[in-house]
Design a protein around this ligand. Structure first.
Ligand code: PLP
Length: 381
């Protein structure tokens, strides 16, 4: 047995806590104001985050799924409505629509980027279509201009795209409302958490009210003139998140530099091609580096075998999504591009891109090693 290409581990995510996070967390703990209705951390973080993405307002939530749900409801989506979502995304993009009482209609994605295909979305428009949800997959913004031309509200799923930019404009400020996640795997995280940002003052009032049990900002504690929910973030989450804002830029640049190194190194590997971001991406946050695996170049071995072999070489890659067109709670499929991606797309996740340049070389060397081994023993059915 030859030793694995890489024996060293990969960077942990989230990174170790900073002094400022500890101090803020302790301040909340000792101050005894743990909920957002009592303290001020959540509101000040919401304002700072919204500012950072060029939006006027932000409302923090318990997680990214309910951020999407909240944005949909605030923009008037409800029972029997349809919302167009891409087929290649995390399930929550669609289940948030179900949570809002509406029906997720999945549109296929573009073969070169795996982002929502605006023409596929246009074909699925019907009398009940109330919104479209572009997903800024992997940290690169979707083509929101094309989707805006559909003439319905655009709810951005920016769960993976903190600080991403399209034609210089920040993800989250490209549609009518932008939703982010602060779940453990995300570029900014409090273990869980989310935020909706918007420029529109009316949408902001709706978001605020619906996430706070239907209260009005100028109303009483037990005045709930409409149905709302407790979707609030805790002060602990905000205390962890706020100090991450100034660190985000350098971390994103680090990942971008590693992704460039990785893609150069992969030029040596036949059959493992980078999947580029949509044209117009001016800042990619590299939540994922997506690659297309061609089994033909790997002597017929399927993707699952490649992933197992890479893992044995110390390089754990990810198999990525199953097309949402296959799920029983969606409508609109089939989606041949997203379905084909199941067998061909692999991901390098964000924490791996926080490693050094040598580690990127290890990924390419591991792939070459696996390729050599596969070519010595072609896949036999
Ligand atoms: C594209 C996308 N949408 C929505 C979500 C849901 O966010 P959360 O896990 O915070 O509910 C995630 C991540 O988990 C995601 O990657």
């Amino acid at each position: 047995m030859t030793p694995p290409v890489r024996t060293e581990g990969w960077p942990q995510w989230p990174p170790p806590a900073t002094d400022e996070q500890r101090e803020r967390l302790l301040r909340v703990l000792d101050g005894g104001r743990w909920g957002a209705t009592a303290g001020s951390e959540t509101e000040s973080f919401a304002a700072a985050f919204a500012r950072s993405v060029g939006a006027a307002h932000g409302v923090c939530t318990a997680n990214g799924t309910v951020a999407l749900f909240l944005a949909l409801r605030a923009l008037g989506v409800g029972p029997d409505d349809e919302v167009i979502v891409p087929a290649y995304t995390f399930a929550a993009s669609a289940t948030a629509v179900v949570l809002a009482g509406a029906r997720p209609v999945v549109a296929d994605v573009l073969p070169d980027t795996l982002h929502l295909d605006p023409e596929a979305a246009r074909r699925l428009m019907g009398p009940r279509t109330r919104a479209v949800m572009p997903v800024h997959l992997a940290g690169a913004p979707a083509d929101t201009e094309a989707l805006k031309s559909l003439g319905i509200p655009v709810v951005e799923d920016a769960a993976q795209a903190h600080g991403a930019r399209r034609h210089g404009r920040a993800a989250g400020s490209l549609g009518d409302a932008g939703c982010f996640s602060f779940q453990s795997s995300k570029a900014m995280t409090a273990g869980e958490g989310g935020i909706v940002v918007t420029d529109d003052p009316e949408t902001y009032e709706r978001l605020w009210s619906l996430h706070n049990v239907g209260r009005r900002r100028d109303g009483g504690w037990y005045e709930h003139p409409e149905v709302g929910w407790n979707l609030r973030m805790t002060e602990f989450q905000a205390a962890l998140l706020h100090p991450q804002l100034p660190l985000l830029g350098a971390q994103t640049e680090h990942r971008a530099a590693r992704a460039a190194t990785l893609y150069r190194a992969l030029e040596e590997v036949e059959g493992l091609e980078p999947i580029g971001p949509p044209a117009g991406t001016t800042r990619h946050t590299w939540h994922l580096a997506m690659l297309r695996y061609d089994p033909v170049a790997f002597a017929g071995h399927p993707k699952a075998a490649f992933l197992r072999a890479m893992s044995a070489e110390g390089v754990p890659l990810d198999a990525g999504y199953r097309s949402l067109s296959r799920e029983p709670y969606t409508e609109g499929g089939p989606c041949p591009v997203a379905e084909a991606a199941e067998g061909s797309v692999v991901w390098v996740r964000q924490p791996m891109l926080m490693a050094d340049d040598a580690a990127m070389g290890d990924i390419a060397r591991a792939a070459l090693e696996v390729q050599r081994a596969f070519r010595r023993h072609p896949f036999a059915r």
